[in-house]
Design a protein around this ligand. Structure first.
Ligand code: ADP
Length: 239
């Protein structure tokens, strides 16, 4: 456990160093990329289906990807300390899902939140919101190839024992690729053509700054499950 923790800390330091560098360079990189992307778009002739167009589209797509990576690194580098306050994990979850409702409806994903009781935690609601949005959008993207009728996200929020708040996001997608499981939370691991592979890195680091954990597994009946734990608010009354 200690070795794993040390490894994770080294990874965190590594990404923090890269993030700081990106913060300094972002402007320098973003401005010329914008020009390149704009020029490539100008060269595109509408309706033309040639190699030339294919190459131009590829240039634009790859620039988008670099821009996304820089933006994510910036988010990471500019992260602030969590501003902890007493809140109900169930309410924060509901808020995030309602925020995403339009996007979920557009992509034909049905969702429900199961929460038998309030789950009091000391947390930064904005940061938890960010983590939830990330997990839910990942789940949505994973289900894109799925039959429209079969796309569902279930979020459960509950207490576990006397000290733990648990939140699980489960989807009905293809699940996590087995070979990705050991490296899922490492920087730049992605299977998406425009992915940055930083979403889960940022999500985990936010949760860990709250004294919590974020883990992933595949459900035996299919789909991916992300399990987030946080310390339960001490002295919170039950129910
Ligand atoms: P990105 O979204 O930019 O790829 P993430 O760190 O958020 O970066 O995710 C890393 C990878 O983890 C994704 O590319 C995808 O392969 C996998 N993944 C994440 N969430 C899910 C999910 N719910 N189902 C299947 N695969 C997932």
């Amino acid at each position: 456990e200690r070795v794993a923790l040390e490894r994770r800390m080294r990874e965190t330091e590594k990404i923090a160093a890269v993030g700081n560098l990106a913060a300094g360079l972002a402007h320098e990189i973003a401005a010329p990329l914008n020009v390149i992307s704009g020029r490539a778009e100008l060269l595109l002739r509408p309706g033309e289906a040639t190699d030339r167009e294919r190459h131009l589209r590829s240039i634009i797509q790859q620039i988008d990807r670099i821009t996304g990576t820089v933006r994510h690194l910036l988010d990471y580098a500019r992260r602030r300390e969590p501003r902890l306050r007493p809140c109900d994990l169930h309410a924060v979850t509901r808020g995030a899902m309602e925020f995403l409702d339009g996007e979920l409806a557009r992509t034909r994903v049905t969702w429900r939140v199961e929460a038998p009781e309030p789950v009091p935690v000391n947390a930064d609601p904005d940061q938890l919101h960010q983590v939830l949005v990330n997990l839910v959008l990942n789940a949505t993207q994973a289900m894109e190839q799925q039959d429209e009728g079969g796309r569902a996200i279930t979020v459960t929020v509950r207490r576990e024992g006397a000290a733990l708040a648990v939140l699980e996001v489960r989807d009905t997608g293809p699940g996590l690729p087995e070979d990705l499981l050991p490296s899922l939370f490492q920087p730049f691991v992605t299977t998406k053509p425009r992915g940055t592979g930083l979403g889960l890195v940022v999500a985990r680091s936010l949760v860990e700054e709250h004294g919590g954990t974020l883990e992933a597994r595949n459900h035996p009946e299919g789909g991916a499950v992300f399990r987030l734990t946080l310390p339960l608010s001490p002295g919170a009354p039950r129910g």
